[in-house]
Structure formats: C-alpha cells, structure tokens
Design a protein around this ligand. Structure first.
Ligand code: GLN
Length: 307
C-alpha cells in the first residue's frame, strides 16, 4: 500500500463526483446549517507517516455535528472503560439518529454511543469527570488535530438550542429512567456546542489518526485509548457510525467511519491513514451525499479495506 499515489487518487475521485454537487439537501432542521452553501466539497487524507493530501475545500471549517460523538465518547471511554456499557449499548439502532422509539422499549438505555441519545449519555458522563466540559473537549480536539485554533461556533450551537426539541425530549426521557445524572440544560448546552465545533477536513483527518494508530495520538505520543479500546471504537464506528446507513457504508466503503449532518464523513484505515470528506448536501439518512460516493470510490480505486 505504500506506493499508492493519494494525490492522483483524490484528483480522480473529485473529477468523478463533482457533478453530484446540486443533489441532496443541507440540514434544514438546524436553521444555521440551512444557510450553508451546498456547493462546497473538500477531501483530506492524513497518513501515519505524517503526510497530508488535499483537494477542493479541504481548508474550509464546517460544523462537525455528530462527528463530535467520537471525541466525547473517547474521553469517557478512556475514563470509565467497560462501566459505560451499563448506560449504553453497542448494537446498531437501524433507526434515524434522533429517534425516540427504542428508548421507551429499552428502559432509557440508548442502543449505541453514535446516535443522539447515546451521545447525550456520553456528554452526561463527561460532567462526572470534568469541572469544565466545554474547555476540556476543546483542548482534546485541538490536541488530536494538532491545531490550537479550533473553536466552537456559538451561532450554530444557539441555533440548535432554539430548535432542539427532539434532543431535549431524548435527554429528559433518559433522565426519567435515571440514565442522565446531571442537569439536563447543562448537558444539552454542552452537546450543542460540541456539535458546533468548527473543523476542516485536514483537522478531522488528523484528529482521527489516533484510531488508525492503535489509540495513540501520533502528534504527541499521548495514549488516548488502549489498543483494545481503539479496536472496539473502530468496530462501533463500523457498525453504528452512519446511523441507519451504517450497513450500506460498510458494504460500499468497507471502513469504520463517522458522519455528521454538517456534511462531513471521516473514515479510518487502521495502521495507515484517516480520510475526511466534506460536502454539506445530505442524502435522506443525513449523510453527505457526495461523501458517501467519494469514500466508496476511495476504497475501490485503492483496494483498501479492512475486509
Ligand atoms: N446536532 C445534531 C442533532 O443533534 C447532530 C446530528 C447529526 O449530525 N446526525 O440533531
């Protein structure tokens, strides 16, 4: 795999997919995201031998949304380990990311950490660890992406706060089962801010490299997760990272990945690299329409797959 020409590969993918700009829809249920120009498209690859390859709008920051679920989950997985599985499961939900249906039947225990309910539980767990969760999340992602300039977009966070009725319902519902320990408004505020983190494709490709690198941040040698935890987190992304399109993503791309309704998708090739694609227009499952196609082409053209 060492002799793949990643730059040429990105060029080919870009040429073969850019005609899809104009298809799909930006996330209209969050007013601040409804205003994003859908005609943006970038890709970045960061390899474990510390090379970055980019094309298109790879340096434009965007709202990472659900991709943040991986960061906060990593923080609490490191601290709580297998105790977390009392409060969330590790099965795909087969339902949309903000669905309430299973929670009633399953006693307020979310199916997995990568649907909204599971992410709200992770954020609640962080309050047991940290006096200032927002500051700690920011420091964590800055260190993982080796970029001290990453910030929260409070306009996006407040826009979600104003309209986040489903997330408010999820957190209150789980509180009624005793699966939220802290103040619901504080948990929601932190969750909306983590979703409003602004990062570009390069930041995200770098920030996911620890998952390709056996749990170790390649930029400073910090142990983020144990080898076993890193493998498990990759398995969770493989099975649950793209909500009710996780099966299709595994089928067509063959890599662990995580998406967000800001239009980003990050995928991990263990022991080799991480790749982030961003284009804000989404398909009906809430995943970037172009991102799905671009990542499929990436693994088809390179022959890379975990299978
Ligand atoms: N902030 C979004 C929400 O809670 C995140 C969803 C997503 O990216 N799928 O609805």
């Amino acid at each position: 795999m060492q002799d793949i020409d990643y730059q040429a590969c990105l060029q080919e993918i870009y040429e073969e997919t850019k005609h899809l700009l104009g298809q799909g829809k930006v996330a209209e249920y969050i007013p601040a995201l409804a205003e994003v120009d859908p005609n943006q498209y970038g890709i970045a690859i960061h390899t474990l031998d510390n090379k970055t390859y980019t094309i298109g709008d790879a340096e434009t920051p965007f709202s990472i949304q659900s991709i943040s679920k991986v960061f906060v989950f990593s923080m609490v997985f490191k601290a709580f380990g297998d105790k977390l599985w009392k409060r969330m499961g590790r099965e795909p939900s087969g339902n949309s990311f903000n669905s309430l249906i299973q929670l009633e039947l399953e006693n307020g225990i979310p199916r997995n950490p990568f649907i909204n309910a599971g992410a709200l539980v992770s954020t609640d767990c962080l309050f047991s660890l940290s006096k200032n969760p927002l500051k700690d999340i920011l420091n964590f992602v800055r260190s993982l992406s080796n970029n001290p300039k990453i910030i929260y977009d409070s306009v996006v966070a407040n826009s979600e706060k104003d309209t986040g009725y489903r997330n408010a319902a999820l957190v209150n519902f789980m509180k009624s089962f005793g699966n939220i320990e802290h103040d619901v408004d504080s948990v929601l505020n932190t969750y909306f801010h983590q979703c409003g983190l602004m990062m570009n494709c390069i930041d995200l490709a770098k920030a996911f490299c620890f998952l390709a690198n056996k749990g170790i941040n390649p930029f400073n040698g910090d142990s983020i997760l144990t080898l076993s935890q890193a493998k498990r987190l990759n398995a969770l992304m493989q099975t649950c990272g793209l909500y009710d399109e996780s099966g299709e993503f595994a089928f067509s791309t063959g890599l662990p990945g995580k998406s967000g309704v800001g239009g980003g998708i990050v995928a991990v090739v263990p022991n080799l690299l991480s790749i982030c694609v961003w284009s804000p227009a989404l398909n009906k499952h809430g995943n970037s329409l172009i991102g799905m196609k671009a990542l499929e082409l990436f693994t088809t053209k390179t022959g890379i797959s975990i299978f």
